[in-house]
Design a protein around this ligand. Sequence first.
Ligand code: GLN
Length: 307
Amino acid sequence: MDYQAILDEIYEEIQPELKRGKVADYIPALAEVAQEQFAMTVTLEDGTVYSVGDAKKKFSIQSISKVFTFTLALDIYSTELYKRVGVEPSGNPFNSLVQLEYENGIPRNPFINAGAIAITDSLVSHYKDHYKTLEVIMNFVRELSGNPSLSFDPEVANSEMEYGDRNLSLAHLMKSFGNFENDVTNTVMTYFKHCSITMNTEELSRAFLFLAFAGKDPISGREFITCPKTKRINAVMLTCGHYDASGEFAFHVGLPAKSGVGGGIAAVVPGKMSIAVWSPALNRYGNSHAGTLALEKFTTKTGVSIF
Ligand code: GLN
C-alpha cells in the first residue's frame, strides 16, 4: 500500500479543519502554540517511516505520557496495580473530581488524571525518590523513541503547577481515602514533568511501535513488556484513551490510541504499525480535532483497524 500517497492526501483534505477547535488554554504555556499546524507519521515493523507536515516539530505530549508510566507500573506491580486504579471507561472529563469521591478514591482507569497521578505515585514508591522516578521514565521514553536526548519542558511543567489546583485536589482526595503514598506536591510535580515531555510525531510513532508488536520492539528485538500485558495496555487505550470521547473515537477510528491536550495522538495497529498525529487545536473533549479526523481518514482509506 502506498502509505505516503495516503498521508499526502490526508494532509490536503485536513487543511480546512485546522481552523476548527481550540488550543488548550488552561495551561498558559500551551496556549501560546500556533493553532494551524499538522503532522502525521506512520512507522512500520521494519522501521520504514512515512511522514507528512511538521513531523520534526516538537510538541508537549501531555497525557500520552500516561501510556509510558502505565507500562512501567504494570511491569513492576502486575495485577496488584488494579487495587489502586481500575480499568473501566470513566464517561467523565479527564480531570473530574466527582466520580473519585463517590468511588472512594479509586480512579476508574490509568488515563484519567487521577489514575495517572496514582500511577506516578506508585512509581515514586517503587523507586523511592522523585528524581530517580523521573529519570527512569525519561530513559524509558528515550529508549523507546530512539532519541537519547529527549527531554521535558520545565516551563510547561511549572505552568501546570501554577494552575494545578484541580490535579492537586485529585491527589489530596486520593490521599484522604488512603490511596496515595507519597508527598502530594512533589508527586504531582513529577506527573507534570512527564506530561511536559516534548516529542515530534516521528519520535512518538517510533516509541509506540512496541505496543503494536506484543510488547517487543521489532527493530531492536528488545522486549519491553510481556505480550499479555501489552494486550491490557492496548485494551485500556481503546476503551479509555480519549476520556469521555473514547466510544466515539473507537467508533470512528477503530484503533487503540492515546491523546494529549498538546494535540498529539499516538495509535497502534497491532501486528502492523504505529501512528502518531499532531495538531494542537482540540475538540470539546480535549482531544485533537484534526488529529482525530486524520486518523479516521487513515483507517478508512487503508482499511487498517482492529475491527
Ligand atoms: N497534564 C495535563 C493535565 O494534568 C494532562 C491532561 C491531558 O493531556 N488530557 O491536565
